[in-house]
Design a protein around this ligand. Structure first.
Ligand code: ZN
Length: 253
């Protein structure tokens, strides 16, 4: 399996990061995409990628951090993105739930990263919270990179799922699909099937239902695969095979 969204460089993994990475093989992890949330943080993400051939990176500025970037930040982002370990730009997007950066600045920083991704021919890792309409409008109007990207931690309904898929995006599905209250998300995934789905943990966040309150890790993707297998009536190995193929297409295509 492929974990398309990790933050293994975060301090929550300082004690046992090496061990987790050493166990990738045993835990059935083909590779992970480790995601940065601002310039400094993206550097850290790149640094830990040297721990394993199975760690690739996304570099970007999260909407929470959009207010802190200076004019021309994409110059520095581009420098990082030129590393051979970098397979995507992100996470970037809009977050009007916590609104830690003003909306207009979030939009500007998002649009600049879309342009960079297109120029570098890299897919996008898109974070959207309470801003599906606004983010969709932007993605619809901008020139997108050929391999589009992933709507990370997709957590809306069938209608929105279809819209982003029609733009060419994959949907990142993880722990939340196992939460009892998320019926509309499960319904969306059931109707869409595996064709446009990639797996992700967003670790250390969003652990699957049996581990709520704990730190999430790539190996816990197996709980997400179990849920998908039951929901869709397909074998776990089929879920593994299809979502792995999708992740390869998206990040290495
Ligand atoms: Zn994340």
């Amino acid at each position: 399996m492929v974990d398309t969204h990790t933050h293994l460089h975060f301090h929550q993994f300082d004690e046992d990061r090496k061990k987790i990475v050493e166990n990738f093989e045993k835990d059935g992890i083909s590779f992970v995409v480790n995601v940065g949330v601002n310039l400094e943080d993206s550097k850290k993400s790149l640094e830990i990628s040297s721990l394993s051939e199975k760690i690739f990176c996304a570099v970007g500025v999260h909407p929470h951090d959009a207010k802190d970037v200076s004019e021309g930040f994409t110059y520095y982002l581009e420098k990082l993105a030129r590393s051979e370990k970098v397979v995507a730009i992100g996470e970037t997007g809009l977050d009007f739930f916590r609104n830690l950066s003003p909306a207009e600045i979030q939009k500007k920083v998002f649009i600049e990263q879309i342009a960079l991704a297109r120029r570098l021919n890299l897919p996008l890792v898109v974070h959207i919270r309470d801003a599906y309409k606004e983010a969709y409008e932007i993605l619809k109007d901008e020139n997108l990179p050929e391999r589009r990207g992933v709507i990370h931690a997709f957590s809306s309904n069938l209608e929105w799922a279809k819209r982003f898929i029609n733009l060419g995006f994959f949907l990142g599905i993880g722990g939340p699909v196992t939460y009892p209250k998320n019926d509309s998300l499960r319904e969306a995934v059931r109707r869409i099937g595996l064709e446009f789905i990639v797996l992700e943990t967003d670790c250390p966040f969003l652990p699957p239902q049996p581990l709520r309150g704990k730190r999430n890790e790539p190996k816990y993707l197996k709980y997400v695969m179990n849920t998908l297998s039951e929901m869709l009536g397909v074998s776990i190995s089929k879920v593994d095979e299809m979502t792995t193929e999708n992740a390869i297409k998206l990040f290495k295509g």
